[in-house]
Every structure is written in structure tokens, then in C-alpha cells.
Design a protein around this ligand. Structure first.
Ligand SMILES: *Cc1c(COP(=O)(O)O)cnc(C)c1O
Length: 419
């Protein structure tokens, strides 16, 4: 559920007509609904009511400062995968003891930053990383609290690019090696074992894969106990899917029920790392139609947002519904909605029945709050778009649109080029 709805044929975000924002801000831009973000966070968190849990919102889905600040105010911790995300989390006021750090390629400077900040735990993804963190902690005279990210080899039945818990994926450590990892970790002076972790993929629309992963983690916890290694935190990762088109993912209540059921006779503290399910349907991308063009086999609607603004259709063949910001009649057309980028893969929709958009019409690209702006780039020297947050009848530009000067900021001409 979200707060993007029509009133008399005009699309609103909460109580603000989107047309009005477009007029003031220009296009393209992202809009996030405060009420939707809040509702999604609470729907997720409350689903686990009664058990000890820490919801660490996954920053990479959308790391906008206003969004992190809002989620922090609602009680969220943070799941990070880089030093930059740690910086953003701390800037948003998130307490370091509510931050967990995943990722297969942590650099020394990032590890040091996390150690100095005193984060809750590192989710370790290789034995070499474990050794490095031990060394850095020793040098900095810190103890590094760790979980091992286990790759439970379950098929999340999602797009291959976003499955992460299969043997062939680069993430985590397989169960057998994980036991060895824990034994090794126990012997390391500057490491404190506190958790076990997994993250099996994204946009998962069934509960079974989560169930399988959790069972696998639980049996590892039992095995570890037998050899005297106590685990306090069990981190389930993220991955719960959302509705983009006709998917029917489990409600957080259903997801939580499965997890709580399996955890209730343990004293493990649960950590969750939801990303998409919090922000995905809380945001949209608004773009304007520039031209229409008809070829012998295709109809094109050319718009002012491209793959550099929203990469998901290009990267994953992802579906985003496209709604008119102002409904004007019942004319539909089968068309490709494409951007201005010089790549054939620059599309927002292919062979889609959409409103018969004419030049100047506004299009709402729905469900774009997760992995939208976060994956955007300056390709083709296009300016990164503005981001707007709406609350009731107010809106605020939370990220200013870039200008041309932003494009060359930090670039310089070497003295050996003669001008
Ligand atoms: C991306 C990611 C998440 C969030 O995934 P969603 O599918 O957006 O919920 C959580 N944990 C880790 C380690 C991730 O890499």
C-alpha cells in the first residue's frame, strides 16, 4: 500500500498534486511519501512484536539523507556495505551500535572507520577478511564484533542477478567452511564472535527460501554450541519482495510468522536488513514525454528520464508500472518508453500498453523508491535528478538537482596538456 492515488484524474502523492511539484521542480525527479515510508517501516517492525529484534534498514536501497533521518527517527538501525554508507548513517544520527556492516570487499580504510566508529558487528564474507579485521582491530586496540555471513545454498527463486545465497554466488561462506571460520575466529585475539548472518537475495516473493535459510542457520548455531561457541545475534538479511506488477509477495506479518515460529525456542536476538520492502513502493520517478516516434515495427515514447536515472529495467529487465500524472481519456498505445541515452538498452518499458502520452505529458514510473536514485549515474553527462519528499500537503526538495558545474567538480587539467 502506498499514498500515490488519483483524485479527479490527477495523481497525488499524499495531499500534493504531482503536477504542482513538476511545475516547481522541473523533470525528472523522484518523490518519496513520508506516510508510506513510515507505514512500511512500522508494518515491518511491528510484525516481529514480542520478540527481541533490531531492524537495520539496508542503506543501499536508498541512502538519501532525509530518508535515513526519517527511518532513524522511527527507530531503525542500518545495514551498510561501504564506508560511504557508514558516513551517511552516522550523519543521519544512527547510533553505531545499531549498524551492521556486510559486503565482500571491505577495504582497510573502511574497516578502520567502522572499528573507530564502534559499529555493532561486521558480517564477515571470507576467511581472509576475518584475518584482516583481526589485524586492524589489534592495531587500533579495539575488539571487532563479528558474525559470519553464511551462504546457505538456497534458491530464492528471483532474478539471477539478485540471488545471493547460492553456492555459485560470491557472497558469504558455505556452511562447512563457516564452522572452520568460527573456530578460527575464536582463536583470534581481537575478534569477538557475536552473530551469524545470511542474506539470500532480493525481491523474494515466497516464504519458503527464508524458512530454508533460517533452518540452515539454526542448525549451524546448534553445531557451534556443541563446540562451545555461543551466538547472540541471528541476522536474517533482507530480501522480502514487493509488488511491481502482479507479484504477490508475503505480507511482513506472514514473513515474520515463519521466522518467529522457528526462533521462539531459542534465545537468539534477531536482526533484519529490509531495504526494498521499506522504500520500493514509497517512491516514484516522474518524467516528461519529449517526443513520439513511429517506426515500421515500433511506437516510441521518448521521455526525459533514462537508464542513468533508473537502471532497473535495463539491468534486470525489471517491470515498473507507468501511470499518467493527469489522466486524459481512455486512449492506450502499445509502445516502448525510452530515454535520451545513446544505448539501445535505455528503456523504462518495452512493448507496454500505456496511456497515449503526448509531448509534454507527465509520466509516473511507479515503485521506484528502491534501487532507483541509489543506482543513478552521470552517464552521458546527464545531471542527477532532484529528490522530493512529501508529507501531507507539504513537499520539500531533499536533494537538489545537479547543475552543469557539478559535472566537472573535482576534475582538473594536467599541466602537460598545452592549451
Ligand atoms: C541489498 C542487501 C539487503 C537489502 O535487500 P532488499 O532486497 O532490498 O531487502 C540486505 N542485506 C544485504 C547484505 C544486502 O546486500
Amino acid at each position: 500500500m502506498h499514498h500515490f492515488t488519483y483524485h479527479q484524474n490527477e495523481l497525488y502523492c499524499e495531499d500534493v498534486p504531482i503536477k504542482k511539484i513538476a511545475k516547481e521542480v522541473g523533470t525528472p525527479f523522484y518523490i518519496y511519501s513520508y506516510a508510506t515510508l513510515k507505514r512500511h517501516f512500522f508494518a515491518f517492525d511491528k510484525a516481529f512484536e514480542g520478540i527481541k529484534r533490531l531492524v537495520c534498514y539496508s542503506a543501499k536501497a536508498n541512502s538519501n539523507h532525509a530518508i535515513l533521518t526519517l527511518l532513524k527517527s522511527l527507530g531503525s538501525g542500518l545495514d551498510i556495505v561501504s564506508g560511504g554508507e557508514l558516513y551517511r548513517g552516522l550523519k543521519a544520527g544512527i547510533s553505531p551500535d545499531r549498524i551492521v556492516y556486510s559486503g565482500v570487499g571491505k577495504r582497510i580504510d573502511e574497516i578502520d572507520y567502522a572499528l573507530e566508529s564502534g559499529i555493532l558487528m561486521f558480517n564477515i564474507e571470507s576467511l581472509e577478511e576475518l584475518d584482516l579485521i583481526d589485524k586492524r582491530a589489534g592495531l587500533l586496540k579495539k575488539k571487532a564484533a563479528v558474525a559470519i555471513r553464511v551462504n546457505p545454498d538456497v534458491d530464492p527463486q528471483t532474478h539471477p542477478y539478485i540471488s545471493t545465497g547460492l553456492k555459485k554466488n560470491k557472497f558469504g561462506i558455505d556452511a562447512k567452511t563457516a564452522i572452520e571460520g568460527y573456530k578460527a575466529a575464536r582463536a583470534l585475539e581481537n575478534i569477538k564472535i557475536i552473530g551469524i548472518d545470511c542474506h539470500i537475495g532480493s525481491q523474494i516473493t515466497q516464504v519458503q527460501p527464508f524458512k530454508d535459510a533460517l533452518k540452515s542457520l539454526k542448525s549451524l548455531v546448534t553445531e557451534l554450541k556443541k563446540i562451545g561457541i555461543e551466538i547472540k545475534y541471528l541476522d536474517m538479511g533482507g530480501g522480502l519482495g514487493i509488488t511491481y506488477d502482479d507479484e504477490s509477495p508475503p505480507h511482513p506479518d506472514e514473513y515474520a510468522k515463519v521466522i518467529v515460529e522457528l526462533l521462539k525456542e531459542t534465545d537468539l536476538q534477531l536482526i533484519l536488513e529490509p531495504g526494498r520492502v521499506i522504500v520500493g513502493n514509497a517512491g516514484i520517478l516522474v518524467t516528461r514525454a519529449l517526443f513520439r516516434k513511429t517506426s515500421s515495427v515500433k511506437e516510441f515514447i521518448i521521455v526525459d528520464a533514462g537508464m542513468n536515472d533508473l537502471l532497473r529495467p535495463t539491468l534486470y529487465d525489471a517491470f515498473h508500472a507507468i501511470w499518467p500524472v493527469v489522466k486524459s481519456g481512455d486512449e492506450f498505445v502499445k509502445a516502448d518508453v525510452v530515454g535520451p541515452i545513446c544505448e539501445s538498452s535505455d528503456f523504462l518499458a518495452v512493448d507496454r500498453n500505456v496511456s497515449d502520452f503526448k509531448n509534454g505529458d507527465l509520466l509516473a514510473v511507479m515503485s521506484a523508491g528502491a534501487y532507483g536514485f541509489a543506482m543513478s549515474s552521470n552517464y552521458c553527462s546527464r545531471l542527477k535528478v532532484a529528490e522530493v519528499m512529501v508529507r501531507d500537503d507539504r513537499f520539500h526538495v531533499v536533494t537538489k538537482r545537479q547543475d552543469y558545474e557539478d559535472l566537472i567538480r573535482g576534475e582538473s587539467t594536467p599541466p602537460f596538456i598545452n592549451i
